[in-house]
Design a protein around this ligand. Structure first.
Ligand SMILES: NC(=O)c1ccc[n+]([C@@H]2O[C@H](COP(=O)([O-])OP(=O)(O)OC[C@H]3O[C@@H](n4cnc5c(N)ncnc54)[C@H](OP(=O)(O)O)[C@@H]3O)[C@@H](O)[C@H]2O)c1
Length: 220
């Protein structure tokens, strides 16, 4: 099972490192191929680098660790390659205004997940995951002791759930399903109650995460 990681920035790089550390083969793609080649060399024999198209074509699961507008562009270009793949979406509905301020790019109540899922071919297996921690926490929070930190995920798709649970465990975290595609917004920022930013910066263990997920369900 190979995972393509598209984008090796704040999220894609630590994720690649964690997955390789957990024994998962990865293939890395970005705009700048020299960067993906250097990272793949550093990570060793389980990691490779390729063009975006080749990375997707050769993978079972594809993590789009790029900004939402880039995910939309790449899906439009490579939709046929995504048939039957598990597509992992860590994106937030965020962008920058003309003065460089970070802003919400979608109307309140519309999740980035709903936008990404709607653009995928019918045979793709969508899951929202790997975006619930800020990048520093994702990088430093793997394999915590005595109890692992939780990464929430959301999907309507059983195959995607099985794959993301394996990948989250391999990456050194504990998976917890927060719901289906309709709950994706809970895992995004701004506004998601199960995003680290909505949890006052906390990393949760499994018991704490179950309580947080249930408490929010009761109040929502
Ligand atoms: N940063 C966070 O704390 C955080 C937390 C949770 C979720 N997220 C979400 O995770 C996603 C990635 O965020 P990030 O902070 O990791 O972004 P980032 O550091 O800006 O990295 C973006 C990556 O996308 C690549 N890229 C850009 N255009 C591309 C294209 N056309 N084809 C292939 N690769 C392309 C860039 O490649 P080059 O380097 O070659 O240009 C770069 O590796 C976003 O959707 C964000 O909302 C981020």
């Amino acid at each position: 099972m190979t995972t393509a990681i598209i984008g090796v920035g704040n999220i894609g790089s630590p994720l690649a490192r964690h997955l390789v550390g957990g024994g998962e083969p990865v293939v890395l793609a970005a705009k700048d191929e020299s960067r993906t080649e250097a990272l793949a060399d550093e990570l060793g024999p389980l990691a490779g680098a390729a063009s975006v198209e080749d990375a997707i074509a050769g993978a079972d699961a594809v993590v789009f660790a790029v900004w939402l507008d880039t995910i939309e562009e790449l899906i439009a270009k490579d939709a046929r390659l995504l048939e039957s793949k598990v597509v992992v979406d860590p994106s937030n509905p965020l962008g920058f205004d003309e003065s460089g301020q970070m802003i919400r790019t979608l109307p309140e109540g519309q999740s980035a997940g709903s936008v990404v899922a709607a653009r995928l071919p019918a045979g793709a297996h969508y899951v929202k995951a790997f975006g619930t921690l800020v990048a520093d926490s994702l990088a430093s929070g793997a394999n915590r002791e005595p109890r692992r930190a939780v990464l929430f995920y959301a999907t309507d798709d059983d195959a995607a759930a099985t794959t993301i649970e394996r990948l989250i465990r391999a990456a050194g975290f504990e998976p917890l399903k927060a719901g289906g595609l309709g709950d994706a917004g809970r895992l995004e920022m701004p506004g998601g109650d199960l995003h680290q930013a909505g949890l006052n910066g906390a990393l949760l263990d499994l018991d704490e995460a179950r309580t947080a997920a249930a408490a929010a369900e009761v109040t929502s």
